[in-house]
Design a protein around this ligand. Structure first.
Ligand code: NAI
Length: 457
């Protein structure tokens, strides 16, 4: 069988690329080795974690906040089995949805593991498939600590952490990055004693410093313990759990039932046969040009396999662009307009340049802030932690960065995305009408504050 495009991997990069290629009239197949389509994001990443974050947020609200609204909730209990079942149902609904989309767009779904047998063919379960173009979208895998391999029961990656059979009493989290703080939030709300061990002196590296500092304070207030500037030196088995020896500013040890290792992810290219066909890798990543072409031009790569943040929506944008390029169109991705979100409570969301990055580029910047305690809707909701920070640059003060910690930050950041896409400046945002009262007024006010024209701050 000869295809125009074979996509390897059905995550948010791969399935989107396959659908777009088929939509553009290309004969397309998508090869997936797992039973369920959707990759890490849908099966063991973004979707199940957000389902559990939502459930546990409701629980935390009922326990801690409801009384402030005059609502008495006696005897609020968690049915963890039911919570996990619901999470699995959400995952199933969405992965079945991907299968439905393949049917709708006439993408051939091929079950099995692909291995290149030549530059134009792959083997899947003994069957040879040929294509004029390939898009590799096999994603990434969690990095393990060399002395503490994953068993996904007591030493877990995000995959195991999202499928634990019971709520652990204690969990040590190695790595205070996105996965660390999100999963720590889930279990902390369920009563697990959480200790986060982070090598750097701050959490969530890469975020604007103001967000990282504020999130740390808020998470501490929520009861999470942090050891910053600290590394895990040793882990010894004890009573079905571990005794961990920590090395760093304050050497110490702690006992834990479960260890979550969330120290980053690496590209997953195992078994694809890339070396055999001479495709160039750089530190495990596939090197691509601006058109997502690898060193073998008709083999494209997208998502976690190539440079840039490992984000589902970045992979999807690249998938669409690669399919369009193969179809002879001008596919491109505006990397400045890719948001970053952490789904803690409050949420953290960021787009464009951080203050540090803007300064390193010697941009002439102005900065505006609006705290959510000055936002009427946040007051009504009783959800006033956090702020919006905007960065404008150049003569016209175009928006180059927006950093939000606060209620619904994941949704609010879309305004920053559109402003950056359309090159809006702070004045245009400050002078656009917002519904009142809304959380989004905090963005308008932050822009106004930067320009000295806010009448509410
Ligand atoms: P990460 O890169 O966000 O954080 C890893 C942290 O571990 C870093 O702060 C690093 O300094 C620390 N670290 C590394 N080695 C260590 C050691 N030996 N001891 C202590 N600390 C150590 O990686 P994470 O959280 O594993 O996430 C992986 C990827 O998944 C990220 O690229 C992220 O973008 C993506 N992701 C995105 C989500 C979202 O968009 N909401 C949710 C979950 C994951």
């Amino acid at each position: 069988m000869k295809y125009d495009v074979i996509v390897i991997g059905s995550g948010p990069g791969g399935y989107v690329a396959a659908n777009r290629a088929a939509q553009l009239g290309l004969k397309t197949a998508c090869i997936e080795k797992e039973k369920s389509l959707g990759g890490t994001c849908l099966n063991v990443g973004c979707i199940p974690s957000k389902a559990l974050l939502q459930s546990t947020e409701h629980y935390a609200w009922l326990q801690k906040e409801s009384k402030n609204h005059g609502i008495e909730c006696a005897d609020v209990k968690v049915d963890f089995t039911k919570m996990m079942q619901r999470k699995s149902e959400v995952v199933k609904g969405l992965t079945d949805g991907v299968a439905g989309l393949f049917k709708k767009y006439s993408v051939d779904r091929i079950d099995g593991t692909a291995k290149f047998t030549s530059k134009n063919s792959v083997d899947v379960n003994g069957q040879t498939l040929e294509a004029a173009n390939f898009i590799i979208a096999t994603g990434s895998e969690p990095i393990a600590l060399p002395f503490l391999p994953f068993d996904e029961k007591t030493v877990v990656s995000s995959t195991g952490a999202l499928a634990l059979p019971k709520i652990p009493k204690k969990m040590a989290v190695i790595g205070g990055g996105v996965i660390g703080v999100e999963i720590a939030s889930v279990y902390s709300r369920l009563g697990t004693e959480i200790t986060i061990i982070e090598m750097l002196d701050f959490i969530c590296a890469g975020m604007d410093e103001s967000l990282s500092k504020s999130l740390l304070q808020i998470l501490k207030k929520q009861g999470l313990t942090f050891h910053l500037g600290t590394k895990l030196a040793k882990a010894e088995k004890k009573n079905g759990g571990f005794v961990l020896t920590l090395e760093g500013k304050e050497p110490s040890s702690l006992e834990t039932e479960v260890v979550l290792v969330a120290i980053g992810r690496r590209p997953y290219t195992k078994g694809l046969g890339l070396e055999e066909i001479g495709l160039k890798l750089n530190k495990g990543f596939i090197e691509v040009n601006g058109n997502f072409q690898s060193s073998i031009p008709h083999i494209y790569a997208i998502g976690d396999l190539i440079e840039g943040p490992m984000l589902a929506h970045k992979a999807s944008e690249e998938g669409v662009a690669a399919a369009e390029i193969i179809a002879g169109k001008q596919g491109q991705v505006n990397y400045m307009a890719i948001p970053n979100v952490i789904y803690t409570h409050p949420e953290v969301a960021s787009i464009g340049l951080t203050e540090k990055e803007a300064k390193e580029k010697n941009l002439d910047i102005i900065i505006g802030n609006c705290a959510f305690r000055a936002n009427p809707r946040a007051r009504c909701a009783g959800d006033t932690d956090g702020f919006v920070k905007v960065i404008g640059a150049g003569l016209k003060k175009h928006l180059v960065g927006m950093h939000i910690i606060g209620p619904h930050a994941s949704e609010l950041i879309s305004e920053g995305m559109m402003a950056i896409e359309k090159r809006a400046n702070l004045q245009e945002i400050a002078q656009s009408p917002n519904a009142h009262p809304t959380f989004s007024e905090a963005i308008k006010e932050a822009c106004g504050q930067a320009l000295g024209i806010s009448v509410n701050l």
